[in-house]
Design a protein around this ligand. Structure first.
Ligand code: 13P
Length: 275
């Protein structure tokens, strides 16, 4: 029911030249992947040239950050209307690196989400607990609080465009991935929190997993029904490795209208091509 979304967060990697070389290698692979939304999130300098290279392709692009105000005296910042003018589809906000290294509060993140929605850009809101918080048994409480404080009041009907990325901080860049069961449990917490806020609309919000996703672990993670895609850092820097992760998100039995194979025993043919 929810189309998987796989996004490459390049963080502070790749010059314009490197970004264009990547696109050249990745686009032929991306064209073979069906039933998955794909996006690349390059650094700001590469956004405009990369957006041209991706024009007319099945690959969208995302910003890694945005300011909450539409314009003003904010040296070094880029606004949502500036990104929208270039055709930006998604923007990552509330990434743990921005929260931790740049002191961004959930209140500020909420204002960014509101600015993106107003500009017609879909926010990818990152949440996730630190290792100490998980070890203290507080992971659910931390994730719920981040969601509560990082989500603004949205105009009714705009919740669907929201994407949430569950990224446990202890799994980011560490090679230590959450097990599929652990990730699915946390996605369940996120879904429950979204339901209590948005009711039935919450079931249309995609929840990505992020944290050391690699070609070797992507299939197991993405097979969980509550995991609607991946936000990939390190392993997205190589086009082959990112393409392999994207391919792992292809819905199983897409023609049967679901992510899971049809039930065995005479059900074949039923439910085909249902939306
Ligand atoms: P890694 O895939 O390098 O762990 O990074 C995850 C991440 O932070 C994506 O936003």
């Amino acid at each position: 029911m929810r189309r998987p979304l796989v996004v490459a967060n390049w963080k502070m990697h790749k010059t314009v030249r490197e970004a264009l070389t990547y696109a050249e290698a990745f686009l032929p692979r991306a064209r073979e992947i069906e039933g998955v939304d794909l996006a690349l999130a390059p650094p700001f300098t590469a956004l405009e040239p990369l957006s041209r290279a991706l024009l007319g392709s099945p690959v969208a692009w995302a910003a890694q950050n945005v300011h909450a105000e539409p314009a003003g005296a904010f040296t070094g910042e880029v606004s949502a209307p500036m990104l929208a003018e270039l055709g930006c589809a998604f923007a990552i906000v509330g990434h743990s690196e921005r929260r931790r290294l740049f002191g961004e509060s959930s209140g500020f993140v909420a204002r960014k989400v509101a600015a993106l929605v107003a500009a017609g850009i879909r926010p990818i809101l990152c949440v996730g607990e630190q290792l100490e918080e998980r070890e203290a048994g507080r992971a659910r409480e931390v994730v719920e609080r981040q969601l509560e404080e990082s989500l603004p009041e949205l105009p009714s009907g705009r919740e669907d465009g929201l994407v949430v990325a569950y990224e446990p901080v202890w799994a980011i860049g560490t090679g230590r991935t959450a097990t599929p069961a652990l990730a699915a449990e946390a996605h369940g917490w996120v879904r429950a929190a979204l339901r209590s806020r948005y009711g039935g609309a919450a079931d249309r919000i995609r929840i990505q997993y992020g944290g050391s996703v690699k070609p070797e672990n992507a299939s197991a993670l993405l097979a969980e029904p509550e995991i609607d895609g991946a936000l990939v850092g390190g392993a997205s820097l190589d086009p082959e490795s990112f393409a392999a992760i994207a391919a792992a998100a292809v819905p199983q039995a897409a023609s049967a209208g679901g992510r899971r194979p049809p039930p065995a025993g005479g059900a074949s043919g039923q439910g085909r091509n249902q939306p």
